[in-house]
Ligand binder design. Structure first.
Ligand code: ACO
Length: 400
């Protein structure tokens, strides 16, 4: 059952015609149509190009899902071979000059390496931007293949001065996880990581995708649009929440140990204290899913199979019960991937970059959809500041 609030739009006469004043945060506002992904009318399921997200995450591999997003249908064998060949080849072809440039970036949050590296690639590959299909799809595949390498290399270079080079002989998710952790992952770990990337690939007009579409609507290039998407995703109300969620869970775990209490019980007390202080519990709440985020079920299946899985699920379920009882808010995917990435041994500051490694598929697909049927996205403001002020020279206006 959906508990979406009513749309509260107000119409008003403006200087150039009727103004439609929409809810703050654009809640329930539909600025355009898309055939890429969306949530069903009841707000229960996410649909990726006609398929349930849960179906694809369970059954498809990374290349099939990426193909579906970009080209609108699942690939046949030759198409699958070709997209795999391209992504694996491009992954190993990050320009050497970019690695040199990353060495100069000070140790910082790894999301910055992503936007820096993507803008570098834009200048390197395509200083003259074009809009023909071959060009757009080729650059989408380069971004999908190379963004993970940039994040992983930036992270390791800033900490150890060296990085792990891509291996085009490995499947994309397995190689990316290897570049991040420095270990060749087990089949289970590689699949869990792959599934999380598919779960993260897209989600309608979420904040970062909308940012990408706004930048695309100015007919700027795809690299600039993706750099903007990375900036939007970094915020704790969006992709940054998976990093904040694990920090919170680990803080609760530390305190529970100090108090000699089991975390699966102490988590209730911990959350209640935070709510009392009016803090947000990261990994809870969602603009679209008001009852349940179906992506969490798929992530839970892999959490269960990895280290301490049953115990982690008890902690997560207890936290969910408390948050539902107190705030009527469900857990979102970030609460679950936070634990999954911890189990996979991914360094905490790399959690949001991993989100971006999946979401870049959706960003590039949305960029292409936007520019192929474009109109500049440019809303109108309702100015509420003062009017009628008159400029006075500094000596007059600052006289005391
Ligand atoms: N913890 C505590 N209270 C919350 C939370 C939360 N996680 N989320 C919302 N609320 C409360 C707000 O404080 C607010 O209460 P108030 O009306 O008493 O002030 C009310 O719920 C409505 O909050 P909004 O921010 O207006 O709700 P919205 O639907 O816009 O929020 C959002 C969605 C931003 C995701 C929010 O739930 C949140 O901040 N969650 C935590 C961050 C997070 O997990 N982000 C990941 C989103 S999913 C993704 O990006 C994949």
């Amino acid at each position: 059952m959906s508990r979406r609030p009513e749309v509260r739009c107000v119409e008003e006469e403006g200087p150039l015609g009727k103004l439609i004043i929409v809810p703050k945060g654009l809640e329930n506002v539909v600025p355009d149509t898309t055939a890429i992904s969306g949530v069903d009318p009841k707000g229960e399921h996410t649909i990726y190009r006609g398929y349930l997200i849960t179906d694809l995450a369970e059954n498809a591999n990374f290349y099939e899902a990426a193909y579906l997003f970009l080209y609108g249908q699942l690939p046949c064998e030759d198409e699958l071979r070709e997209i795999k060949r391209k992504i694996d080849t491009y992954r190993a072809q990050v320009p050497e000059k970019l690695f040199d440039a990353l060495k100069l970036v000070p140790a910082t949050h790894p999301m910055y390496y992503g936007s820096f590296g993507v803008l570098f690639l834009g200048q390197y590959y395509a200083p003259e931007w074009r809009f023909d299909d071959d060009f757009l799809y080729d650059h989408a595949l380069r971004l999908i293949a190379q963004l993970p390498v940039i994040f992983a290399a930036g992270w390791h270079l800033s900490r150890h001065g060296t990085f792990i080079r891509p291996d085009p002989g490995l499947d994309h998710p397995r190689d990316v996880l290897r570049m991040i952790t420095g270990r060749t992952p087990s089949d289970l770990a590689a699949r869990a990581f792959e599934v999380s990337l598919i779960l993260y690939m897209d989600h309608g007009f979420n904040a970062s995708t909308f940012t990408v579409r706004v930048i695309g609507s100015t007919l700027s290039d795809m690299y600039s649009a993706v750099a903007g998407g990375i900036g939007a995703l970094k915020g704790p109300l969006h992709g940054g929440a998976n990093e904040k969620a694990i920090e919170m869970l680990l803080d609760a775990k530390r305190r529970a140990e100090e108090l000699g209490k089991p975390l699966e019980e102490y988590i209730e007390e911990y959350i209640l204290e935070k709510l009392k202080r009016k803090e947000r519990i990261m990994g809870f709440g969602h603009r679209i899913y008001k009852i349940h985020d179906p992506r969490t079920d798929v992530a839970a299946k892999y959490i269960r199979q990895l280290k301490d899985g049953e115990w982690w699920l008890k902690v997560l379920k207890r936290a969910e019960e408390v948050m539902w009882r107190e705030k009527r808010l469900p857990a979102n995917i970030d609460f679950y991937t936070a634990v999954l990435y911890y189990q996979l041994g991914i360094p905490v500051p790399m959690y949001t970059p991993v989100f971006a490694m999946g979401r870049v598929v959706g960003w590039t697909a949305h960029y292409i959809e936007q520019v192929k049927n474009n109109r500049l996205i440019r809303p109108t403001e309702k100015y509420v500041g003062p009017t009628g002020l008159k400029y006075r020279p500094i000596e007059e206006r600052c006289r005391r």
